[in-house]
Design a protein around this ligand. Structure first.
Ligand code: ADP
Length: 191
């Protein structure tokens, strides 16, 4: 089974792209959500509690935001567990009777985490900053324009991701233009 990573900056539309893949019948692994779940389970939870004194998500998020070395320590614990979980998930998908030739992993930090190395292909989703800001503010309401800007500033730029990706999806247009690009890549990946 071919492993395809989907990444992009905040508000680029990577979750939307993954929803379209799912509609096409492609199995999708949401690595950020799965990481959050795994952090609350088993040995990983114990290791996190040993490091932070708690497994409370918002406390940990605030701590690692202030301290880059603490973030690195957290990631060193979490990433191998997610990688293993993804591998097991992929094996399971491959055994399904009605399965596609490839599976998708969604990650906002695909390159930063080194997970791109576990992928056979990488897709990045790009969109102009102004468009992304508008979509984020409309989407959540939870994030202000300024908070969204700060998150963007902490992430790689679209052009940095584009040079490392196999496919670039340009999400500056409508949702149907987006879907058409996903369908095109789906065809290529099934060849
Ligand atoms: P990401 O996962 O990269 O942060 P999302 O997929 O959540 O981005 O997209 C951000 C918001 O923009 C969502 O509310 C989504 O529905 C919307 N959106 C994405 N692409 C488009 C598009 N082409 N046209 C209009 N809205 C879009």
């Amino acid at each position: 089974m071919i492993r395809v990573g989907v990444t992009g900056g905040i508000g680029s539309g990577k979750s939307t792209v993954c929803e379209i893949f799912a509609l096409l019948g492609v199995p999708v692994y949401d690595s950020d959500r799965r990481a959050r779940e795994l952090m609350q389970e088993g040995e990983l939870r114990q290791q996190i509690e040993a490091l932070f004194g708690t497994s409370d998500r918002s406390y940990i998020a605030a701590k690692v935001f202030e301290d880059k070395s603490l973030l690195a320590s957290l990631e060193a614990l979490v990433h191998p567990v997610v990688a293993k979980d993804f591998e097991a998930w992929t094996q399971k998908q491959a055994r399904r009777q009605e399965t596609t030739s490839y599976a998708v992993l969604e990650s906002a930090i695909l390159f930063e985490s080194g997970f791109n190395k576990l992928m056979d292909r990488v897709i990045t989703v790009s969109a102009p900053i102004e468009t992304r800001l508008e979509r984020i503010v409309t989407r959540s309401g939870a994030l202000t324009r300024e908070q969204a800007r700060q998150r963007m500033a902490a992430q790689m730029t679209d052009s940095e991701r584009e040079t490392k990706a196999d496919y670039v999806i340009d999400n500056c247009g409508t949702l149907s233009e987006l879907a058409a690009q996903v369908e095109e890549i789906d065809k290529l990946l099934k060849q």
